[in-house]
Design a protein around this ligand. Structure first.
Ligand SMILES: Nc1ncnc2c1ncn2[C@@H]1O[C@H](COP(=O)(O)OP(=O)(O)O)[C@@H](O)[C@H]1O
Ligand SMILES: [Mg+2]
Length: 225
């Protein structure tokens, strides 16, 4: 079973798009692949249950028939830092429900894509960092780099922090989120030269793109072996 934790250089830079695209690439390869968003803040009530757009997108892109509660064990209403959203909801975000849900998904899938919150140093709760979850599940980390001015700094700092927290950076994906960014190819070349892990692909600027249609831009090293 292959499971990877997807973090990013920031919030709103393409983690969900990259995660859904990875799910399509894995499933096109014949693998049973499922997504997970352990902690999500910003939910709406659908048929009496809290539902988050990222988790729904991962559910739609992944293996059919997987229970929402396993994909997103912590669905917090307010679109805030999870610590604040959990406090507002009177919920204690803790590891055991996440580890249990991950184990249930692992029993049904060959590959899991676990999307984090915000960037790497965004806390999951007052006492839980994303690094704690990654260490508990022993997951390699994939960094999504949102291509915009400043992304070299964010990408290299994130790579350093991931290593300093004792996690393994398995690769990175660039997402061309900002169409106004100048010298995109030069920036990607600078990232390739400096990042301590391989690039799994560059997602082109494609507003509203269907993740299935851009899956060919990814090359997942585990599939090439
Ligand atoms: N390569 C891209 N091309 C066009 N729009 C993108 C791209 N990557 C991300 N976006 C857009 O940016 C927004 C944030 O992306 P998302 O994947 O939700 O980021 P995150 O999960 O990091 O918060 C979404 O509206 C998404 O469609
Ligand atoms: Mg997201």
């Amino acid at each position: 079973m292959f499971s990877v934790y997807v973090t990013g250089t920031d919030t709103g830079i393409g983690k969900t798009l990259a995660s859904c695209t990875l799910l399509h690439a894995l499933r096109a390869h014949g693998l049973r692949a499922a997504g997970m968003k352990p902690v999500a803040s910003g939910c709406e009530r659908i048929d009496g249950e809290w539902r988050n757009a990222d988790a729904l997108a991962l559910q739609a892109a992944g293996e059919p028939g997987i229970a929402y509660a396993d994909i997103n064990p912590f669905a917090l209403e307010h679109p805030l830092a999870p610590e604040l959203a959990a406090r507002d909801a009177g919920i204690d975000v803790a590891l055991p429900p996440i580890l249990d849900a991950h184990a249930r998904l692992a029993a049904r899938a060959d590959a899991l894509i676990v999307e984090g919150v915000g960037g790497w140093a965004a806390p999951l709760s007052a006492s839980l960092m994303q690094a704690d979850l990654v260490r508990a599940l022993r997951l390699p980390v994939l960094l999504v780099v949102g291509l915009r001015l400043g992304c070299l700094n964010h990408a290299l700092l994130s790579a350093r922090a991931i290593a300093a927290d004792g996690a393994h950076l398995a690769g990175w994906i660039a997402s061309h989120v900002d169409p106004a960014m100048a010298r995109v190819d030069d920036n990607i070349a600078m990232l390739r030269a400096r990042m301590p892990a391989p690039c799994w692909g560059v997602l082109p600027h494609a507003p509203g793109a269907d993740p299935a249609a851009i899956a060919r831009h990814l090359r997942i090293p585990m599939l090439a072996e």
